[in-house]
Design a protein around this ligand. Sequence first.
Ligand SMILES: Cc1ncc(C[n+]2csc(CCOP(=O)(O)OP(=O)(O)O)c2C)c(N)n1
Length: 548
Amino acid sequence: MKASDLFVKALENEGVEYIFGIPGEENLDFLESLRTSKIKLVLTRHEQGAGFMAATYGRLTGKVGVCIATLGPGATNFATSAAYAQLGGMPLLMITGQKPIKKSKQGRFQIIDIVGMMKPMTKYAKTVVNGNNIPSMVREAFKLATTERPGATHIELPEDIAEEEVEYNVYPVKDFHYPTANTNSINDAVKMIEKAKRPLILIGAAANRGEISEALTKLVNDMGIPFFATQMGKGVVDENHELCLSTAALSQDDFLHCAIERADLIINVGHDVIEKPPFFMENHEGATEVIHLNFFPSEVDDTYFPQLDVVGDIASSVSALTEALTPQEHWDFDYYKRLAVDIRTKLSKYFGDERFPILPQKAVRTIRQTLDADDIVTLDNGVYKIWFARNYRCAKPNTLLLDNALATMGAGLPSGMAAKMVKPNAKVVSVCGDGGFMMNSQEMETAVRLGLDLTVIILNDNSYGMIKWKQTGMGFDSYGLDLENPDFVKYAESYGAKGYRPTSCEDFANTLEKCVNSKGVHLIDLAVDYSLNHSILNDLLANKQCMI
Ligand SMILES: Cc1ncc(C[n+]2csc(CCOP(=O)(O)OP(=O)(O)O)c2C)c(N)n1
């Protein structure tokens, strides 16, 4: 058989459902092999969009998302998606074409060392030099992409290799199980937790994978230990739980940090330094200690240097811990419990504010009220991410997909599209800034063509608001960050989507309700008022309101 046929067979053997991307002439053998396979090709308008979609497919399913591009420019367009999957811990395989490697037919035309470019952003990047190696290369890439920490992989398939004759051969795919952490480390953790006076549980991104939610909820309930989440750990344990202190949207000086400062021990389940720090560790006598419980050992840096590593399968390690722990009479959670109530009150301050353009807190509130627990919000990257982290309480894992790892703009729309494909019964809302939306807005055509039911909300402030906020905060004059936008309603309509421009908070709530309950792609151009961003956050800094 042809090597490209074998490649597609190897992907079928791995259970691949979709390949996202844009083929070039160097992929034509592969495309022909794909034509008659069970795998569906999802054609996009930019390779970056394809990469974000494939990575999100991986994030939500735990299986490898696959995407394809041509050599040179197509492959370089994958760079940001590779970094997104690699930092975000999302299983991804990128397949790119290449000119013939045995005999050149184009000199250096379009030739870039793509494997060299991919190496620092992936767990595996190789060129196929012998078609018979394809099955083992695919198997290895899939294994590396899915095992902890999950991430990006890349295989380059040159044109002449794709057409060569090879023997059929694929490798068995077996589930991979991680060992439970060593008993000694579980015992050490038990000693530290039982000795502590005010332990706290931190839930991070790696806890938002697989079946960890149940084990962690049991730990919280059985021990009564309060918890908080990182931005990518939201929803692993229901954030409506009375022991939930909220999400670490900032690295310091938020209400939550009052609890962190009083904690003598943090049991960190699944957070690693790839996310923006939920707090900064301090290196002095009496400072808060940290237990790192994760699939992999901690990576030490100035913000994070745990006193104990408990390494192994998170769910079974957490269960072993729950089994071995006994609640202690000297544990003192009174302050945390009062703070949890106080944080809820403070965070809801603007929920009833009807001013328009809408306040970000009110927009988040309206979206939360409109969607059910299993519905999904995907975020692009902008200042609103802070308000979602603080105010959007998730009851279920992976129901708020945000990127607190690469923190790239441009992923909000493609990740929403992939979420809808993976979870067709969930209502899916993508929230973007006007800046981030325009970075991959061309994928509106893909969404309409795929017949997805999807609502996109643009929080429109006619600027790169996040940077403007920081610029003002640093005392600089306003410069270089204001934009002119297209008419987003007409823009949506030009793709065959529906466009809306609400004129009040009530109008927004009604429009959103209508959009998420009807078919097709809907775009809501929502004017947002970020003018309170500063005063709200300055308030936090001014009165560290810990004394309740
Ligand atoms: C690809 C990329 N380019 C630049 C940045 C830096 N950056 C972070 S947020 C931001 C502004 C986002 O503006 P917008 O999407 O309009 O959202 P807003 O903050 O205004 O709500 C920029 C430029 C980034 N994170 N990713």
